[in-house]
Structure formats: C-alpha cells, structure tokens
Ligand binder design. Structure first.
Ligand code: NI
Length: 193
C-alpha cells in the first residue's frame, strides 16, 4: 500500500473546462495513511443502486467529470477507452467508472446516453448532491459551478481531472493525469498482479 500525502491546489484555470488542479505528489513517501477514496453507494446509468463493494474482485479506473463538459472529460474518457482497448483481454479485470460532479443535470438517462460513446463497459454513476458530496471529498475531487451568463448550457463545472486506479477491494493504488501517455498507463495496468 503506497503512502501518499495529498495536496490540493484549486488554483489554475485551464482550458474551457476550467480545470482546478489536483496535485498529488508522487515523490518520497511521507507518514500518514493513504486516504484517497472510500466506499460509496450511488445510482448507475441503468438507474440501479450500486455499491463500491459490488466491484470487489476487479480493479477500478475512476474518472470524475460531467457530461456537459466541452473538452476535458471527453478527451480523458477517450484516453481511458484507448487504454482499455490496448489491454485486450486484460481489460476484463478492470471496471471503468465515470462519476458525475454535476448530478443536477447528469441523471441516469443522460449518463447512459453519454457513457456508451466511451466503450461498452464504462459505467456512469450519479446520485443526489448529498450522496455525491462525501464521495468527491473522499477522492479529493475539486469541483465548482461556474455560471455562464447568456450561454445555452447555463453553467460549466470547474473540476479536477484525475484518473484513479483503485484495487480489487476499492483501495487506492495510484492515479494518472493528462501528462501520462496512453501507452504508459496501459503498461502499468498490464503489470497489475
Ligand atoms: Ni470535464
């Protein structure tokens, strides 16, 4: 179990998605528990209640974003799909998950129509704001509504863009960002025990 120290900078504004930067130093281990993630109960894009323990026995790749995201989310979800394609049969032991930071608009129906564009196995998860809040907090996800005056979409969500790799019991293993090449992520996942 790697020990990591987390630091959150909700500072830089990047691209149209307005990224909050989540920086998790990957350097020397420091004291303290690896406190990323945790159990959750949410609603799937099929409208069923889903517990994190339902995925026990499989690794999970978890990305937090929202379906109205103009650029960053589709880009990262496409990269996740490419990673899984590269893995071939080894992808079967990894469950890709997309958790919304915009439950107001991302209903199960909206999520279902969206996730199918990023591979057959991607599961979308939503919930009430009250359900999602502790999950976002546990994964150190930064998100904030940004009103867009005069825009048809109404608002965007500033959000951190991090792909989490969790273990077969939901424990944190590592994370990837846009700086990690698809080939490198695939290599890391292929090497999982
Ligand atoms: Ni996004």
């Amino acid at each position: 179990m790697p020990r990591v120290r987390l630091a959150l900078w909700a500072a830089a504004v990047l691209a149209a998605c307005g990224l909050g930067l989540l920086l998790i130093p990957r350097g020397a281990p420091e004291p303290g528990p690896a406190a990323v993630g945790g159990p959750f109960t949410l609603t799937s894009d099929k409208g069923t209640r889903v517990k994190s323990s339902d995925f026990d026995g499989t690794y999970r790749l978890i990305y937090f974003g929202y379906t109205y995201c103009p650029d960053v989310c589709p880009t990262e979800l496409s990269r996740m799909a490419s990673v899984l394609e590269r893995l071939g049969a080894k992808a079967d032991r990894i469950q890709p998950l997309f958790v919304t930071v915009d439950p107001e608009r991302d209903t199960p129906d909206v999520l279902r129509a969206y996730v199918k564009h990023f591979g057959p196995r991607l599961v979308g998860l939503t919930g009430t704001p009250e359900e999602l809040k502790p999950v976002l907090s546990a994964f150190r996800v930064y998100s904030r509504k940004q009103e867009q005056a005069g825009s048809a979409v109404g608002y965007l969500m500033d959000h951190s863009s991090v792909l989490y790799l969790m273990g077969t019991e939901g424990e944190f293993i590592t994370f990837f960002t846009a700086d990690d090449a698809v080939e490198d992520i695939a290599e890391r996942l292929a090497a999982l025990p």
